[in-house]
Design a protein around this ligand. Structure first.
Ligand code: AMP
Length: 394
């Protein structure tokens, strides 16, 4: 078990808090502050403990070179609005003499926000100099940027080796939610997989075969499975290099008595832009010049039977091209069916499904919506996250 923020007394301590303030910014204005709002409970707890908080984050991909476009200054202005009763300072450098002086001058219950971590080359390289510079700023390290936890960067991994450390409240919720579904899932455990790229999910599928009872497969990736068992998929997306893998997965599932449920009908069109020409076809009846771009009504009915009975659900990847009105019904219906199952623990991971669930307004009905696409897939592959494994043990 890793230490949490409740395992330390932070009074008068300098705390380096690694957050994910990688917010969308347009013309110097933050267009969504969801990530900042989500971090407030950890910040407020540390403030209530009279800590001196030094916040660090990345923003965009400046690739180790300072660039005004990626400055955290707008984040600083907004943080002051979110915490009007707290004294907050901004350091125009990430590390160095000035940052050290400003950190040392902090009083209890004050905050210092450092400039973008990725303005320093040593951040992504996890260089010794960057680790030393960052860890010299504080007494304790709190890691609360789950989306970066599969990366060994100076601010995610390096500092945790130098300072006593803990998970922040956001990371704690992510870890507990995934532990719950991976270590002791209530059965039946149903995994729902979709999206376009099968290659990203190979290790997830392999690992899930030792945990779940049923796998529902939709999205573009279902066609490689269907073609592997000699289905006619018209012009749908197929990854020919993965046909053998899909065939083996189906065989393994049969041997293990795990159900793999594939779609039986589709909303098809000539391409993703041809929404007007969309028609429903059964599997094997898809014309050669049409591609499946969403699961059809019979498939939704079929998936419903399994979603209704599930006590644990993990979902990654949309059921169709949900970005287009004509092809979003499958993803929306699956989100709605999960939302209606009040007795199941439901965990969603991966950027596309998270945005779909939020767009359709079902986020309150899920047990956990993971903020880290890549990191959540790594956990589902059964792998460790370096930035979490390295944190202090209880
Ligand atoms: P991924 O990054 O692999 O999770 O894929 C997400 C993308 O898959 C989304 O942008 C969807 O538009 C796309 N997608 C979902 N279903 C299909 C499909 N049947 N054909 C092509 N692309 C799809």
């Amino acid at each position: 078990m890793k230490k949490t923020i409740y395992d330390y007394n932070f009074a008068s301590k300098k705390v380096l808090l690694r957050v994910d303030f990688n917010v969308p910014i347009n013309n110097g204005r933050i267009t969504s502050d969801v990530r900042m709002q989500a971090e407030l409970p950890t910040i407020k707890y540390l403030l209530s403990q009279q800590a001196k908080i030094i916040i660090c984050s990345h923003l965009g991909r400046p690739d180790g070179i300072p660039n005004k476009k990626y400055s955290l200054k707008p984040v600083f202005e907004h943080l002051k609005e979110l915490l009007p009763n707290t004294k907050i300072y901004f350091c125009p450098e990430t590390v160095g003499e000035n940052a050290k002086k400003m950190a040392d001058n902090l009083k209890d219950g004050e905050i210092l926000l450092l400039e973008n971590l990725r303005f320093e080359k040593g951040e992504e390289e996890n260089s010794e100099e960057m680790v030393a510079a960052l860890s010299s700023l504080a007494d304790i390290f709190v890691f609360d940027a789950f989306g970066t936890s599969h990366r060994k960067h100076a601010s995610t991994y390096g500092v945790a080796k130098k300072l006593p450390s803990a998970m922040g409240l956001l990371v704690q919720k992510e870890v507990e939610s995934f532990d719950k579904i991976l270590a002791s899932p209530e059965k039946p455990f149903v995994a729902i997989l979709g999206g376009a790229k099968i290659s990203d999910k190979i290790d997830v599928i392999k690992n899930l075969l030792s945990k779940v009872d049923t796998v529902l497969i939709g999205g573009g990736m279902c066609f490689t499975f269907l073609k592997a068992i000699k289905g006619n998929v018209g012009a749908s997306l197929v990854d020919d290099e993965k046909l053998d893998f899909c065939y083996d997965i189906i065989k393994t599932a049969i041997n293990k008595k795990i159900k793999i449920i594939l779609p039986v009908d589709f909303v098809c069109s000539e391409n993703i832009y041809d929404e007007k020409g969309a028609e429903i076809y059964k599997l094997d009846k898809i014309p050669d010049d049409k591609m499946g771009l969403d699961i059809g009504p019979k498939t939704i009915k079929l998936f419903k039977k399994h979603i209704k009975k599930a006590r644990t659900i993990f979902w990654n990847g949309p059921m169709g091209v949900y970005e287009k009105d004509m092809f979003k019904n499958g993803t929306k219906s699956v989100a709605e069916l999960i939302a209606k199952n009040k007795r199941c623990t439901s965990v969603v991971g991966g950027g596309d499904v998270v945005s779909a669930v939020e767009e359709f307004g079902f986020e309150e009905n899920f047990s956990h919506i993971s903020t880290g696409g890549g990191a959540s897939l790594k956990l589902m592959e059964g792998k460790e996250l370096p930035a979490i494994s390295v944190l202090s043990d209880k």
